[in-house]
Design a protein around this ligand. Structure first.
Ligand code: NDP
Length: 477
């Protein structure tokens, strides 16, 4: 037993994580249900470090030094349960099973509890950065017991991405499902970021009349400023790409039906359960759904739209600058909503998650890595009890400076009939929070009218009901 860590599940993610551990000097035991994958890894990359290839669960477990650290990188869902059922009986108290797959945090909570009763640490771990990140440094979000982090943390810190200031992009998120929960919200925010970028692109194209190549240049410029991020960078690459077959812009030959694997949907489902308004993320998930309803879209081609006048060149250039302001403001709001969801989950499940640390470990390695996350980290570090990112003076001032353009972009989008669900939903959220009075008072009145659901008054304590069907006097409920 010489290996400090083992990886079972050697598809793209597991294989690259195993290589990352080995390149960092760890001896890595390898296992995969289908042995051919294990052999292929050793054949192709065996010279990158010390690997111990094994072909049975027993040999795999025997190859690991104690306490054992066993990374599971298999397809999320039933395969994870199957692998746990196979390995857990071979483990001893104090050993660790690290699930790096995209598990639902509720499954992680269940698995952690079952294994804890047997003395085994179950470390549900979010891993972001795709296959490239797994190899060269992902952002890592481990949950589980503090003891397991004492043993694993230094190894994860070594293989993780590093922020610009050298900080490792990993921290102990919290007990049981906390790591997978945070990974889920990360993916939700990623959906919103992608959708907002998509809406900005469509506006530049349909309203400002820019070509994909021109928009790529605009995004490249934005990427040197406050929007500096991995997603803006790759967006410029995709937009600048030409299809080899047709010579057309690549973006024009791709079928416009977005697919999804489920983490965005989970984020919204859980947000609904917790009552957290993540409207930017929700609209992003719905936008993918709309795009996928091919029949519905086909049947809607005859629907009337506006006939806006075309923009002049100067106006179009000014509009492009406004879109940058709108994109930034909406991005701040969608992160505000995402962090609210993390705070709400943390409270519900008593995870005690440090929001500043979450922002800090997203600065490198993951798909939403961005210069902007430094600002979020600083905001939470300076004000640990911050209720909302919008309550941070710096962000509030930036939005104050952006809001006129944000509104103009949206009125223009409406005038031109370009759908901007995420840009619009985030502005509506901002205006809802700002509003001194919301129509919720009227909602309460309606509820009291048809269902005697009662209401509270602004001027005195108590619960009241109006006798709507009778003489409309008010009674204490
Ligand atoms: P896949 O999700 O495609 O899973 C394939 C692996 O799972 C193979 O090793 C396969 O073994 C194994 N497997 C499937 N079913 C079983 C089973 N019943 N028993 C044992 N092993 C099984 O691989 P990826 O590398 O893409 O992803 C691995 C995990 O990482 C997933 O949970 C994914 O959601 C997550 N993830 C993926 C990211 C990505 O960018 N791809 C990013 C972050 C997380 P076999 O070779 O025998 O078929």
């Amino acid at each position: 037993s010489t290996a400090q860590i083992g990886v079972t599940g050697l598809a793209v993610m597991g294989r690259n994580l195993a290589r990352n551990f080995a390149r960092n000097g760890y001896t890595v035991a390898l296992h995969n249900r289908t042995n051919a994958r294990t052999r292929a890894l050793v054949e192709e990359f065996g010279d990158e470090g010390n690997f111990v290839a094994t072909e049975s669960a027993e040999d795999f477990v025997a190859a690991l030094e104690r306490p054992r650290r066993l990374v599971v990188m298999v397809k999320a869902g039933e395969p994870t349960d199957a692998v746990i059922a196979e390995f857990a009986p071979l483990l001893e108290p104090g050993d660790m099973i690290i699930d790096g797959g995209n598990a639902h945090f509720a499954d992680t909570r269940r698995r952690e509890k079952e294994l804890r009763e047997r003395g085994i640490h179950f470390v549900g771990t979010g891993v972001s950065g795709g296959e490239e990140g797994a190899l060269n440094g992902p952002s890592i979000m481990p949950g589980g017991s503090p003891e397991s982090y004492d043993s694993l943390g230094p190894m994860l810190e070594k293989i993780s991405a590093k922020a610009k200031n050298g900080d490792p992009c990993v921290t102990h998120i919290g007990p049981d499902g906390a790591g997978h929960y945070v990974k889920m919200v990360h993916n939700g925010i990623e959906y919103a970021d992608m959708q907002l970028i998509g809406e900005a692109y469509q506006l530049l194209r349909d309203v400002a009349g820019r070509s994909p190549a021109e928009i790529a240049e605009i995004f490249r410029t934005w990427n040197t400023g406050r929007l500096d991020s991995y997603l803006i960078e790759i967006t410029a690459e995709v937009l600048a790409h030409t299809d080899a077959d047709t010579g057309k812009p690549f973006v024009d030959i791709v079928l416009d039906q977005a697919e999804q694997k489920g983490t965005g949907r989970w984020t919204v489902q859980i947000a609904l359960d917790l009552g957290v308004p993540v409207s930017g993320i929700a609209e992003a998930v719905f936008a993918r759904a709309v795009s996928g309803h091919a029949g519905l879209r086909e049947a809607s081609q005859h629907l009337a739209g506006p006939s806006p006048r075309a923009m002049g060149e100067d106006e179009a250039a000014a509009f492009a600058d406004r879109v940058e302001q709108a994109l930034y403001a909406s991005k701040v709001v969608s992160y505000t909503q995402g962090f609210h969801q993390i705070a709400a989950g943390s409270e519900q499940y008593e995870w005690n998650i440090d929001l500043g640390k979450v922002a800090a470990i997203w600065r490198g390695g993951c798909i939403i890595r961005a210069a902007f996350l430094d600002r979020i980290t600083q905001a939470y570090e300076a004000q640990p009890g911050l209720v909302s990112l919008l309550a941070d003076k710096g962000f509030a001032e930036e939005i104050a400076a952006a809001q006129d353009d944000w509104r103009t972009v949206l009125t223009t989008a409406v005038t031109h009939g370009v759908p901007t669900p995420a840009l619009a939903a985030t502005l509506a959220y901002y205006d809802s929070l700002r509003a001194p009075r919301l129509p919720a008072a009227l909602t309460q009145g309606q509820r009291d009218y048809f269902g005697a659901h009662t209401y509270h008054r602004t001027d005195r304590d108590g619960t009241f009901h109006t006798l709507w069907g009778g003489d409309r006097t008010e009674i204490d409920a």
